[in-house]
Design a protein. Structure first.
Length: 293
């Protein structure tokens, strides 16, 4: 995996002298890289970009050369042109991946946090009801892998308190500032506020969990209504609509108003049009799926 700690450290050790040329193109990603929890600094991330280019670009150009030499009849000038084009395209592709990947990770973390925050708040309220201190609550929450990114954040908070000697408020505040989920951020800041004021942690968490659960129910109810609408669209377009297209094509074929054979049109509709439209419809449903549903 490219985006790993060891890969970043090795790349930084090899190419730290070149970072003054590369780092400016990644300068706007510093906060995003931190929020993405890639376990590398921006400098290591930028250095790994150089390493990836050195590994990927020559390999891609070599593969293109063998392809051209084996399967394509082309002169030397054409090969050189296509090789240069392949190199430029590969560099651009790697750069785009490095630019968008941190934000992709941030969005994935946000989705995961929003999906489980309501259930995690309920679990926290149960633990807080036993009277344990906050750092123990986070330590226990970090052991439940079912909560995904929430468990990872709780584990980091507990580690910072127990191992690195952070005070509880500082450890929670640091994670609250970097988390991409507004719901989980609000939960962490509420915990900080209770610790500072000496309030009832259990009652606060019960109230938060109830609010989050109510919001989750509203999201799911709205999504069910959306799915009902999509079901009606599917039955209209992909059942009645397809039958209507077949009938119209058959009638127009009998009347002789089609420039192409009827059989070809029906085959294209059946084996190309309907599958592609179904894939697009499924993608539309997935994109309409709300976070946490």
């Amino acid at each position: 995996m490219v985006f790993t700690r060891k890969y970043g450290l090795l790349s930084y050790a090899l190419f730290k002298g070149l970072l003054k040329y590369i780092l400016p193109i990644f300068k706007n990603l510093r906060l995003t890289v931190k929020k993405a929890n890639l376990k590398v600094s921006l400098e290591e991330y930028a250095a790994s970009f150089i390493t990836t280019l050195i590994l990927v670009v020559p390999a891609t150009m070599l593969a293109m050369f063998f392809y051209l030499a084996t399967f394509v009849r082309i002169n030397v000038v054409g090969i050189i042109f296509l090789e240069i084009l392949t190199g430029i395209f590969t560099i651009g592709l790697v750069y785009v991946i490095y630019i968008i990947y941190p934000q992709y990770r941030v969005n994935a973390i946000k989705t995961n946090l929003d999906k489980y925050v309501a259930f995690a708040a309920t679990h926290m309220a149960t633990i807080a009801g036993t009277g344990v201190p906050p750092h123990v609550m986070f330590q226990m929450m970090g052991e439940f892998k079912e909560y995904g990114e929430i468990a990872e954040i709780c584990k980091r908070i507990s580690r910072n308190i127990i191992v690195f000697g952070y005070d509880t408020i500082s450890a929670i505040s640091e994670e609250a500032q970097r988390t991409p989920s507004h719901k989980f951020k609000d939960l962490l800041w509420s915990i900080v506020a209770v610790i500072r004021t000496g309030g009832d942690m259990r009652q606060m968490l019960i109230g938060k969990s109830k609010t989050l659960m109510d919001e989750q129910r509203r999201i799911e109810a709205k999504y069910i209504e959306t799915l009902s609408m999509f079901a009606e669209i599917y039955s209209t377009v992909f059942v009645a609509g397809v039958v209507m297209i077949f009938v119209l094509v058959a009638i127009m074929g009998i009347l002789g108003g089609l420039p192409v054979p009827v059989k070809l049109l029906l085959e294209l509709t059946t084996y190309v049009g309907v599958p592609l439209a179904s894939i697009a419809f499924i993608m539309l449903i997935e994109m309409s799926k709300p976070i946490g549903a």
